[in-house]
Design a protein around this ligand. Structure first.
Ligand SMILES: Nc1ncnc2c1ncn2[C@@H]1O[C@H](COP(=O)(O)OP(=O)(O)OP(=O)(O)O)[C@@H](O)[C@H]1O
Length: 298
């Protein structure tokens, strides 16, 4: 049974790419709250998310986003302005400052400079506004990405593998091997996040995840491993072999909350080589600002 008012309503929708069905024709709905979409690399999460973002058309069936039929060109134009989409492996434009990056997004979305400044404050990156994205650690860079994604206050936010920004930073395969050997806590999360993920970076990013629900009434977030999404999503979906299925969103908790000792150990271990961030607060002090800032300064 699909609620007609669901933010995403797919009816007989099939998605093909590279000569195969990434999603065989299926009917499903995604309602408000946070929905996680997990699946191993190459199963089609990014393609499906881009379809929800209306960047791609399904090859079969119908798709309604926020009550609009994306096959209708007037509906399509209207709905695009209500979606915020952050593509995968987001690195941003490395040589733009955070302020330039968010302002540019605001301009494209028909927003004012004041909206961009409000987004910088809302995501607690006003004090790194003049720093180039390439010099920021992954969690702060993700904040900039979220600020750009949400500068127009979308009703539907689509985040493609936000934890992947940690593995996009360094190609340190050795770090992943070490994480896998040690197991547990930040190391396990780093291993699940992908090759090259730094445990301290992943820990800082993971702290942002529960706050993503404050971004919009409906948020869809992908990750390669369901462990990364378990415990804080309202609903967890798995994409595998062309089928989308529900997983228990909270039944197992292989992602333990990070103990202070674990966090400190992970941070100590991986601090070497981490760029200096002109930021005088611990990332944990910054995280709640997303929730506090929602709606307030925007
Ligand atoms: N440019 C392309 N041209 C043709 N086929 C592609 C292209 N990019 C991806 N594909 C196909 O689409 C499939 C799904 O890719 P997609 O990036 O959506 O998967 P994913 O689950 O998001 O993977 P990842 O987690 O690695 O991003 C790939 O396995 C590949 O077969």
């Amino acid at each position: 049974m699909i609620a007609e008012h669901s933010a995403i309503v797919a009816r007989g929708m099939g998605v093909r790419r590279g000569g195969r069905w990434l999603l065989r024709p299926a009917a499903f709905g995604i309602a408000g709250g946070v929905t996680g979409l997990a699946g191993p690399p190459g199963t089609g999460k990014s393609t499906l998310l881009a379809t929800f973002a209306t960047l791609r058309r399904p090859q079969a069936g119908a798709l309604r986003i926020l009550g609009r039929d994306i096959a209708d060109s007037a509906d399509l134009r209207a709905v695009r302005a209500r979606i915020g989409y952050l593509p995968g492996r987001f690195r941003g434009a490395e040589n733009l400052t955070a302020a330039e990056f968010v302002s540019y997004a605001a301009y494209y979305k028909g927003m004012r400079g004041a909206d961009a400044r409000a987004a910088l404050r809302r995501f607690d990156i006003a004090d790194v506004a003049a720093t180039e994205l390439g010099l920021l650690p992954p969690d702060v860079r993700l904040r900039a990405g979220l600020a750009a994604t949400c500068v127009h206050e979308p009703e539907l936010v689509l985040l493609d593998d936000p934890l992947g920004v940690a593995s996009a930073r360094r190609g340190a395969g050795a770090l992943r091997r070490r994480a896998l050997r040690r197991g547990g806590g930040a190391h396990a999360r780093a291993a699940a996040a992908g090759p090259g993920a730094d445990p301290a970076d992943v820990a800082a990013l993971a702290e942002l995840m529960p706050l993503l629900r404050s971004l919009a009434p409906t948020v869809v977030v992908t990750a390669p491993d369901p462990q990364l999404l378990t415990g804080w999503c309202d609903r967890l979906l798995a994409l595998s072999r062309g089928r989308i299925t529900d997983l228990p969103a909270r039944s197992y908790r292989p992602v333990p909350s990070l103990s202070a000792r674990d966090a400190a150990a992970a941070a100590d271990e991986s601090r070497t080589g981490r760029p200096e961030v002109p930021h005088d607060r611990d990332p944990r002090d910054r995280a709640p600002r997303i929730a506090l800032g929602t709606g307030a300064g925007v």
